[in-house]
Design a protein around this ligand. Structure first.
Ligand code: ADP
Length: 358
């Protein structure tokens, strides 16, 4: 059983709708178990500066519906230094914080694993609109962000239809194309460009010309911001110009940015955040540490953080020297299989969209 009487909860890195729902779940579950809870403001920076607020049950009232994060977020490079870690550990000791739940993306989990290695049991909860954490099928915030994006692209499609235009829409997601892929499929985009799948520019332009010849008026193309540059420019902007130049179809460009990071979370994000928050506290109570919460095949599970971080780097082609040294042959084989599975899933959806969106 756990040997602590107080846990700290923080949100760190890029914000995502549903972070509040996770903070609420962690707080309420811990209180129900007789554990005190303290909110750490502004991510790891709050741990360094001792910027803390005690959380009672009512402190998290009425936040399940709100986007953003009531604990605020920031980037804190100092936390990754030995001096920063010393300050964080001093705060934990002074304030008797015996465990941490860290809500955020992969950077946040690197911080959590450092804390765990310094004797503070820590659990990560994945929250990022990008859905770019390989160990989990779903991150908190993705569902809300893509639903918001659907509304925006639907609006553009209305006006494209009226004026017989094409609109190339660049969307967020960093180097992960899942936001673009799902939004593209579900808005009926004629073409989708994501970094995980080779983009045939000529074929895409030809497809736009073909659908216009067949009478299609409103044409949507969705581009992931993670697409590599083209001729030293954003590929999305270059492509919009090229479509107009080659096909003669009037083509506008739109970038849908941080607006999709806001707003109240969807049912799915509230539920995932709530289940993960409760389960994170359960793991700490069982004496577990250094785990990240995951959703796999619609079930809430958890994974070793180091495994999750290395799996992620493998999947993104960013393995560092020595990354695989501490893993067994079976673990490495399972990582390879999971990367292949994720890639196959993406390619299957991409090919399906290519066939029917015309
Ligand atoms: P995200 O969690 O969304 O990936 P960041 O990469 O900005 O966002 O990370 C959030 C915070 O996590 C950083 O500001 C820093 O405080 C901490 N962090 C990031 N990388 C490391 C690391 N290598 N070691 C320790 N802490 C880290």
């Amino acid at each position: 059983m756990a040997k602590f009487k107080k846990i700290g909860v923080l949100t760190s890195g890029g914000d995502a709708p549903g972070m509040n729902a996770a903070v609420r779940a962690v707080t309420r579950k811990a209180l129900a178990e007789g554990i005190e809870v303290v909110g750490i403001n502004g991510g790891y920076a709050g741990l360094l500066n001792g910027d803390l607020i005690p959380l009672e049950s009512h402190s998290v009232s009425n936040i399940i519906t709100h986007g953003g994060t009531m604990l605020y977020s920031s980037r804190c490079p100092e936390f990754a230094t030995p001096e920063g870690m010393a300050k964080a550990l001093a705060t934990c000791k002074e304030q008797e914080i015996g465990a941490i739940v860290a809500i955020g993306g992969d950077g946040t989990f690197r911080g959590a694993t450092d804390l765990a290695n310094h004797g503070i049991p820590s659990i990560g909860i994945p929250a990022t609109i990008d859905n770019d954490i390989t160990a989990t099928d779903l991150t908190i915030g993705y569902d809300t962000a893509v639903n918001t994006l659907l509304g925006m692209i639907d609006y553009l499609r209305d006006t494209c239809e009226s004026h017989a235009r094409c609109n190339v829409v660049e969307v967020m997601g960093r180097d992960c194309g899942l936001v673009a892929l799902y939004a593209g499929i579900c808005t009926g985009a004629v073409s989708i460009a994501i970094p995980e799948v080779g983009f045939d520019e000529e074929a895409a332009i030809q497809k736009i010309a073909n659908v216009r010849d067949k009478g299609k008026r409103g044409i949507i193309v969705v581009f992931s911001e993670g697409m590599p540059q083209k001729n030293g420019r954003k590929y999305s902007e270059y492509f919009a110009e090229k479509v107009q130049e080659i096909t003669g179809v009037e083509t506008k460009f739109a970038r849908v940015g941080h607006i999709i990071r806001g707003g109240g979370p969807t049912l799915r994000d509230r539920m995932t955040a709530t289940q993960m928050g409760v389960e994170a506290v359960n793991l700490l109570l069982q004496g577990k540490s250094n785990r990240v919460m995951c959703v796999l095949e619609n079930k809430i599970t958890n994974e070793d953080i180091n495994y999750a971080l290395v799996l992620d780097r493998m999947c993104k082609g960013k393995l560092k020297d020595g990354d695989l040294d501490r893993f067994s042959a079976d673990e490495i084989a399972s990582m390879r299989a999971r990367c292949a599975y994720r890639q196959a899933k993406i390619e299957k959806l991409y090919n399906m969209a290519y066939e029917i969106c015309n």
